[in-house]
Write a protein that binds this ligand. Structure first.
Ligand code: FE2
Length: 405
C-alpha cells in the first residue's frame, strides 16, 4: 500500500483494465467524455438502469443525465431492478429497452443494476432470446451493445469484469454468465458516490471483495497476477474496513475499499472463483433477501478450513494481514479458519447459516443446487480440493454455527 502517501484521492485516474475505469473522487464528471464518445459513435438513445432508490442521493444521477442532455442523447429510466434480480425482471427491462430503441445501457448502482444492464445489452442483440435462455445457457452470446457501469458500491467488481449473475425464476437457480462481450466499455468508480451506502453494505460488499480474491488466488486455474492482486486486496480491506465502519464519511478509507474491490474484480476475472461463490449462490437463490456478502461471510471459514492444506503457501501469504504468523503448514487449516472467522466477527459479520433460518435439513437441497445450477459446476471444477458431494455438505454443515462453538 505504498501508494497511500503519494496519491491524491481527488485526482481522477484512468485505470486500464479490460474496461476503461475512471477512478477517484469526482470521477462521475467523466460522464461528459463518455456521453460525447457515445454521440460520436452515432448513439442517440440510451437506457439508464437503477433500483428503486439506492441511486437517489448518491450524486450519480444529475451528472449522468446532464451529460446525456448536453450531448443530445435521449434516455429512458428503468428503475425496476431488484436485489438478486431474476430473469423475469431482466425480460421486463429488455422489453423497455427494445420499446425505446436503446442503443447503449448505463447501469447505476451496485451489482444488480450493472448485471441487469449487461444482460439487457446482450438481449438487445438477440431479439428472439430471453433472460431464461441466456442464464440457462441455451445460446452463446458474442455481441452486446455498449455498457457504462457507474458503480455505487465497493464489492462486486462487476464494473470491470465479464460476469453477470441473475436468478432463474421458479427454479431456485442463481447462475453466473461470463462473456467477453459484456465487459463494460467504461466504468466509473467514484468514492464520493459511495458515501450513502448503508453501513451493512459497507461491510458486506468488502467481504465480497475478500472472498473474490481468496478464491481467485487458489483455483486450479489461477495465475500470478490474480495472486498478486489478492495480497493487496486483503491488506487494503483489513486496514480500511474498520476505519470506514467507524466513520463512513472517511473518504480516504472509502477510496481504498473501492480500489480493493476493483482489484478484486480484476483478480477473479483472471483467476476465477470456486467453492465459496458456488455454495453461496444457492443460499441467496433460496432466500432472495439474503445479501450475497453475508452468505459468503458465513461460508468463508469452513471453505478456508477445507482448502488450506491444498494451498497453504498462497493462503498463508495473502491472509497474513488478518491472520499473522501462519507458516504455510497444511496442519494450520483449522487455525487459519478460526482466525478468519474471528476477523469477520470483529468487523460485524457475525451471523451463521442457522441465524438465517437454514438447518441440517436444508443442506441436501443446497448441495443439489450447487451441482445442478447452470455454471456452478464449472466453479466447483476449479476448486483446489475435489468438490465432492460430502465436502460440499460438510462446508454447509460447518457453516451452520460458529467455528469456535
Ligand atoms: Fe461475489
Amino acid at each position: 500500500m505504498m501508494f497511500e502517501n503519494y496519491v491524491d484521492i481527488h485526482t481522477i485516474q484512468e485505470i486500464r483494465a479490460r474496461s476503461l475505469v475512471y477512478f477517484g473522487c469526482g470521477a462521475i464528471q467523466k460522464m461528459n467524455d463518455i456521453a460525447a464518445e457515445l454521440k460520436k459513435r452515432g448513439i442517440e438513445k440510451v437506457m439508464i438502469l437503477t433500483s428503486k432508490s439506492a441511486y437517489k442521493g448518491s450524486g450519480a444521477w444529475e451528472p449522468t443525465v446532464d451529460a446525456l442532455e448536453k450531448n443530445g442523447i435521449a434516455y429512458v429510466h428503468f428503475d425496476g431492478v431488484i436485489p438478486n434480480p431474476t430473469t423475469d425482471s431482466i425480460d421486463e427491462a429488455t422489453k423497455a429497452a427494445r420499446d425505446f430503441g436503446a442503443q447503449a445501457l448505463i447501469g447505476i448502482g451496485g451489482g444488480s443494476p450493472i448485471d441487469v444492464a449487461k444482460s439487457v445489452a446482450i438481449l438487445l442483440e438477440y431479439p428472439n432470446e430471453t433472460g431464461e435462455s441466456l442464464y440457462c445457457y441455451r445460446f452463446t452470446p458474442e455481441k452486446a451493445v455498449p455498457i457504462v457501469a457507474i458503480n455505487l458500491t465497493h464489492g462486486t467488481g462487476t464494473e470491470c469484469d465479464r460476469v453477470a449473475v441473475a436468478s432463474v425464476a421458479d427454479k431456485n437457480y442463481k447462475p453466473a454468465i461470463a462473456y467477453e462481450c459484456i465487459y463494460p466499455e467504461w466504468a466509473i468508480d467514484d468514492p464520493e458516490l459511495m458515501l450513502t451506502l448503508p453501513p451493512k453494505h459497507i461491510l458486506y460488499t468488502s467481504v465480497d471483495a475478500v472472498n473474490h480474491v481468496v478464491e481467485a488466488a487458489t483455483t486450479t486455474c489461477t495465475n500470478p497476477f490474480a495472486i498478486t492482486l489478492a495480497r493487496e486486496v486483503i491488506a487494503l480491506v483489513h486496514k480500511n474496513l474498520p476505519i470506514a465502519l467507524a466513520d463512513p464519511k472517511d473518504l480516504a478509507a472509502r477510496y481504498n475499499l473501492a480500489y480493493a474491490a476493483l482489484l478484486a474484480g480484476i483478480s477473479f476475472d483472471n483467476g476465477f472463483l470456486h467453492l465459496t461463490h458456488a455454495l453461496e449462490h444457492p443460499l441467496s437463490a433460496v432466500k432472495p433477501n439474503l445479501t450475497h456478502g453475508l452468505g459468503l461471510a458465513m461460508l468463508l471459514p469452513a471453505v478456508v478450513n477445507a482448502i488450506y492444506p491444498a494451498r497453504a503457501a498462497v493462503l498463508a501469504d495473502i491472509l497474513a494481514p488478518m491472520v499473522p504468523g501462519l507458516k504455510a503448514c497444511p496442519c494450520e487449516a483449522e487455525t487459519a479458519a478460526k482466525a478468519v472467522e474471528k476477523w469477520l466477527f470483529s468487523v460485524g459479520a457475525d451471523r451463521k447459516l442457522a441465524d438465517e433460518g437454514f438447518t441440517q435439513e436444508s443442506i441436501a437441497q443446497l448441495v443439489e443446487l450447487t451441482q445442478t445450477t447452470p455454471s456452478l459446476p464449472v466453479l466447483l471444477s476449479v476448486s483446489p480440493v475435489e468438490a465432492a458431494t460430502e465436502l460440499i455438505a460438510k462446508i454447509y454443515t460447518d457453516s451452520l454455527t460458529p467455528f469456535e462453538a
